[in-house]
Design a protein around this ligand. Structure first.
Ligand code: NAD
Length: 284
């Protein structure tokens, strides 16, 4: 199966990014959300992102216009009934996502691929919402989608080889590098990244060094583009804590337990960049 048309459900941070890279790659896109205002906000974000590329001379205005023209929007899945690939980028709720997959399976062709962008839910459990889980797969993009080069292609227990191959080919078509991952908590990146952030938080709490010195240490000593505490502030300390709690619960291992300092900062309303303070202070 070669994907030439994509139905993206959810026009938020991730859905709009997926729609953008798909349209830029020449695919036809239908992007839907529950209300026109959310679709409009997603489209405005895409137009702004592509506009910036034009301003910087990295994209021709005509190519931007062509990409935008390839995106059709709406609030009804039926607008994308003939899509080859359905990608769900709705909120992280098992029940909400399962309902969307059951509707997608009833709306799309029987050979269309059904994918989730979930960060933390089991792909196998989500696949149970469709009668043919062989065509169900995780396609996990990273935020911000237009800038991040990785896609984790997640194999559920019953995902077919054909579906895996089509998902990998789609990721490459939209300019990303896919890695193949088993359906395990945190997949590859979050399982390794968040314990490292947690260790940085604990080192900070233990007074090993200041936040700035911990981050400088990892930037210059390990060649990271950004220090772990600055990254935690960017992700959001509430989200960081929630991801660690999920890893601890699902992998049943106390080594993932969030450092107490994360809970203290969250309780104080210091959620990172989005609240103006976290490990660092940010001008509002
Ligand atoms: P978001 O809140 O920015 O966007 C979600 C969108 O889904 C909203 O516009 C909302 O109106 C819409 N929506 C809600 N119910 C819907 C429904 N029934 N039908 C269609 N649309 C509906 O969230 P996000 O950050 O884009 O995350 C979306 C998914 O991507 C989640 O599963 C999340 O775990 C995953 N993810 C997020 C990130 C990240 O860094 N934000 C990274 C990778 C994966």
């Amino acid at each position: 199966m070669t994907v030439s048309k994509v139905l993206v459900v959810g026009a938020g941070q991730m859905g709009a990014g997926i729609a953008q890279v798909s349209a830029v790659a020449g695919l036809d896109v239908v992007m839907i959300d529950i209300a026109d205002e959310f679709v409009a906000r997603g489209m405005a974000g895409i137009a702004k992102g592509l506009g910036r590329l034009v301003d910087k001379g990295r994209m021709e205005a005509a190519d931007r216009d062509a990409a935008l023209a390839r995106i059709v929007t709406g609030t009804d899945m039926a607008a994308g009934a003939d899509a080859d690939l359905f990608i769900e980028a709705a909120p992280e709720s098992m029940d909400l996502k399962r309902d969307l997959f059951a509707r997608a399976a009833a709306t799309l062709r029987s050979d269309a691929i059904i994918a989730t962008n979930t960060s933390s839910l089991s792909v196998t459990a989500l696949a149970a919402a469709v009668s043919d889980p062989g065509r169900f797969v995780g396609i996990h993009f990273f935020n911000p989608v237009p800038l991040m080069a990785l896609v984790e292609v997640v194999r559920g227990a019953e995902t077919s080889e054909e579906t895996m191959a089509a998902a990998r080919a789609f990721a490459e078509k939209v300019g990303k590098t896919p890695i193949t991952v088993t359906d395990a908590p945190g997949f590859v990146v979050n399982r390794i990244l968040f314990p490292m952030i947690n260790e940085a938080a604990q080192a900070y709490a233990d007074g090993v060094a200041s936040a700035a010195d911990i981050d400088t240490g990892l930037k210059l000593g390990a060649n990271f583009p950004m220090g772990p505490l600055a990254l935690a502030d960017l992700v959001g300390l509430d989200t960081t804590k929630a991801i660690l709690e999920t890893l601890e619960r699902e992998l049943d291992d106390a080594k993932y337990r969030p450092a107490a300092v994360l809970g203290e900062l969250v309780a104080a309303g210091k959620l990172g960049r989005k609240s103006g303070a976290g490990f660092y202070e940010y001008g509002k």
